[in-house]
Every structure is written in structure tokens, then in C-alpha cells.
Ligand binder design. Structure first.
Ligand code: FAD
Length: 378
């Protein structure tokens, strides 16, 4: 048995790091245990798009608002550049415009607004005129480069806040206060397991009871032939039919029916468009969604083509080359977008079981620590 801590966190993805931060802010001594030499999971494969508008109404949307505020604080403190702010959802069908209007009439639309085509093109000249008839503008979002933001966040937690990390250290068994790893046995008053989409290593039976499986996503990095400043992240009609904050509205039914007729392959492959820009001018473009048994290591080119067809329809970027392709996976469950399970008083399992962990984890971390240690920070 070696070192003793107040809190041990399993997993150095964004969910684990969010819990480490929340625990440290309460004055707890914290260690993070990660089996890989650096985070390699969903948290570095995503868009780095911290999204509020479009998240499912209710708890998810509220968590996203709070998490966005924490991201803003943390980015400044940890030297993480916020590369883009806000969001333009380009609508190009009357049915999509109807969803935009319906969304704006909800509480979640309060600080958002409708743009005409001309206003959308002025706000984001990277859009192509034929790809937008009207748009939804949201001021809430921010975007970071996940593959550099996560290491910067880890460095700040370690060097600035005194969180300990063990990398290349798999946790084989948790029986609080003992945490058995491949390197040593750690002693911790509280253990918070944030395993991403690994439902088989720790607490497999409890995770199986939540019906957790996986979703696989295709991602691309494009290099535009000419400079293409993307002033905000961009989404499109397909996103209005997928993101719950829009898609759960009754007005979305007509849009979904039309998209099923006009873009059946995109719909069947769970394709929608998110396009964000990196500091070097390249564009991160995605994505697709394949569930369960379809989570294989293979990346069929026709799915990438479906994503690019939507990109071509919405962005004024006739000339580009594909610089990178990668796959990502995240956990999904039909029971809800997140869960916290308590195998015993000292142990929590926390999973985000939908594609919104980057947007919600910091707030979930605060909630978990409040539930464990009370609502008043130490
Ligand atoms: C392509 C893609 C795009 C996405 N886009 C967005 C987006 O735009 N906005 C958004 O909010 N979300 C997005 N998401 C979802 C988001 O990335 C995930 O919800 C989030 O990253 C999950 O974080 P996590 O920490 O649970 O998982 P992970 O990042 O996968 O981290 C889990 C970590 O736990 C470690 N681990 C597991 N078991 C053990 C063990 N026994 N011992 C030691 N270590 C262990 C793993 O090695 C891993 O590093 C996207 C996801 C993908 C894949």
C-alpha cells in the first residue's frame, strides 16, 4: 500500500479531470489514475465544441451552461486558447427554419436570435449562399482544440493545483479505500470512476445494468485551398434534426421526414455537420454515428463522403484536401445521457452516455462532489 489521498479519480478524460478539479477546489488531495500514457479517448478526439444551444432541454442544458462558464475560467487559468465563440446553425429548408423559430420561442432560445441569409453571410462569410436561407445564432458556445487543451488542463491541475497523476497505470479493482492498479495500491477515502466507454474493466455488472454500449464517429481535418476564416462553428439542417434541443420539438417532425426523403444516406449513417476551425486555419469536420455492433476499427470512405457532401452544401470551400481522418467512440445508453452510480458510500461511477461530455463534465463534477461532501465547498 502506498500513498493516501482524499480522492482517487480513475480516467484522465474530461469527465475524470472535471472531478479532479471539483475535488481540488474543495481542498481535497487528489490523484488521477490513467491507463494510457496520455489521454487518448473521446476527450481528445472530439470537436472541442462546448455546446449549450441544442443540448437536450432540462438538466443537460443547465449542466452545459454551467460547464461552459467553468471552461471559460479554466481556459484562462490554464492558458488554453478559446479559438471560436458562438454558433451559427445554417438552415436551408423551410422546415428547418420552422425548427429555428420554434427553438427561439423556448426558454433555451432566450439569448439566441434568427439571422436572415444576408446577416448569416455577413456574420460568417465562410457560408455559401445556397447553403443558408436563414440561420440560428447562439452566443453561448466556445471552442478549444481538445488534443492540446487536455494536456494543458492536466499540466495546470498538476503544476498549478497540486493534483497528482499516474499515467500508464491501469486500475484493476476498486474496493474503497483500496484502489489496485498495475503499478501500486492507492489508498483513497473516495474513489470516482470515470471510465469513458469502458464498460468491462471496473464494475462491469453495474454498468451493464445501465445498458451501456458504444457509438462510433468519423472525423476529418480539411485544409482549405485558400484562406477561409470561419468566424463561428457551423451546423446545418441535419443538426437541427439530431441535437435533442431542436429535434425533440414537435416542429422537427416535418424536417426529419423531409431529410429522410432527401438525404436518406446521411440520416441512416447518423451524419450531421459540425465544422470548426483550428488555429492553423484547418477545419475539423464531422461526424457520423454508428451504434453497438457497428463499432469496428474500420472507417468506410462512403461515410466520410456523406459528411463531405453536407460540408460542400453549406460551406464556400470548393478546394480542400483531407489532412487527417480519425475515429472516436463514446458511451451511449437508452436510459439517459448521463448517470452516477454508487456501489458504496465511498465510490461513484460517473459516465456521460451521449455525445455531450465536453459540454457538461465540469458541471457534473461539481454535482458529484456536492453530493459526496455537501453543498458548501471546504
Ligand atoms: C468524435 C467525437 C466528437 C465529439 N464531439 C463532442 C462535442 O462536440 N461536444 C461535446 O460536448 N462532446 C463531444 N463528444 C463527446 C465527448 O468527447 C465525450 O462525452 C467525453 O469526452 C467523454 O469523456 P470521458 O472522460 O468520459 O471519456 P474518455 O475521454 O474516453 O476518457 C476515459 C479515460 O478513462 C481511462 N480508463 C478507463 N478505464 C480505466 C481503468 N480501468 N484504469 C485506468 N484508466 C482507465 C481511459 O483510458 C480514458 O483515457 C464527442 C466525442 C467524439 C468521440
Amino acid at each position: 500500500m502506498t500513498a493516501g489521498y482524499d480522492v482517487a479519480v480513475v480516467g484522465a478524460g474530461i469527465v475524470g479531470l472535471a472531478h479532479a478539479l471539483a475535488a481540488r477546489r474543495r481542498g481535497k488531495s487528489v490523484i488521477v489514475l490513467e491507463r494510457d500514457a496520455q489521454p487518448l479517448g473521446a476527450s481528445i478526439r472530439n470537436f472541442g465544441f462546448v455546446t449549450v444551444t441544442g443540448q437536450q432541454a432540462g438538466a443537460c442544458w443547465h449542466h452545459a451552461r454551467r460547464a461552459r462558464d467553468i471552461w471559460a475560467e479554466v481556459a484562462e487559468a490554464a492558458g488554453i486558447e478559446v479559438l471560436q465563440r458562438g454558433l451559427v446553425v445554417a438552415a436551408r429548408r423551410p422546415e428547418a427554419e420552422a425548427v429555428v423559430d420554434a427553438f427561439l420561442a423556448t426558454d433555451m432560445g432566450a439569448e439566441c436570435r434568427r439571422l436572415t441569409r444576408a446577416e448569416a453571410l455577413e456574420m460568417n462569410p465562410a457560408l455559401t449562399p445556397s447553403g443558408v436561407t436563414a440561420a440560428l445564432f447562439s452566443p453561448h458556445e466556445l471552442r478549444v482544440e481538445s488534443r492540446t487543451a487536455l494536456p494543458a488542463l492536466i499540466a495546470w491541475l498538476r503544476d498549478g493545483l497540486g493534483v497528482d497523476f499516474r499515467f500508464s497505470c491501469a486500475v484493476n479493482r476498486v474496493a474503497a479505500p483500496q484502489v489496485e492498479t498495475t503499478l501500486e495500491v492507492i489508498h483513497a477515502e473516495t474513489v470516482i470512476v470515470c471510465p469513458g466507454d469502458d464498460g468491462t474493466t471496473l464494475f462491469a455488472g453495474r454498468i451493464a445494468a445501465r445498458e451501456v454500449s458504444r457509438c462510433k464517429l468519423h472525423m476529418l481535418r480539411l485544409r482549405p485551398g485558400a484562406s477561409l476564416p470561419l468566424t463561428t462553428p457551423v451546423m446545418s439542417d441535419l443538426g437541427l434534426a439530431r441535437y435533442h434541443g431542436y429535434a425533440d420539438l414537435p416542429e422537427a417532425a416535418a424536417l426529419k421526414a423531409r431529410l429522410d426523403r432527401e438525404q436518406p444516406a446521411q440520416r441512416a449513417n447518423g451524419v450531421h455537420l459540425i465544422c470548426v476551425q483550428s488555429a492553423d486555419g484547418s477545419l475539423v469536420v464531422g461526424d457520423s454515428h454508428h451504434y453497438g455492433d457497428e463499432v469496428t476499427p474500420f472507417q468506410p470512405a462512403h461515410v466520410d463522403r456523406l459528411i463531405l457532401d453536407e460540408f460542400d452544401a453549406v460551406l464556400a470551400c470548393p478546394d480542400y484536401r483531407i489532412e487527417e481522418r480519425w475515429l472516436g467512440t463514446y458511451a451511449v445508453s437508452p436510459q439517459g445521457w448521463t448517470f452516477t452510480d454508487a456501489p458504496d458510500d465511498a465510490t461513484r461511477i460517473v459516465m456521460v452516455t451521449a455525445g455531450c461530455g465536453a459540454s457538461t463534465a465540469f458541471s457534473i463534477g461539481e454535482q458529484t462532489l456536492a453530493e459526496l461532501y455537501g453543498t458548501k465547498a471546504a
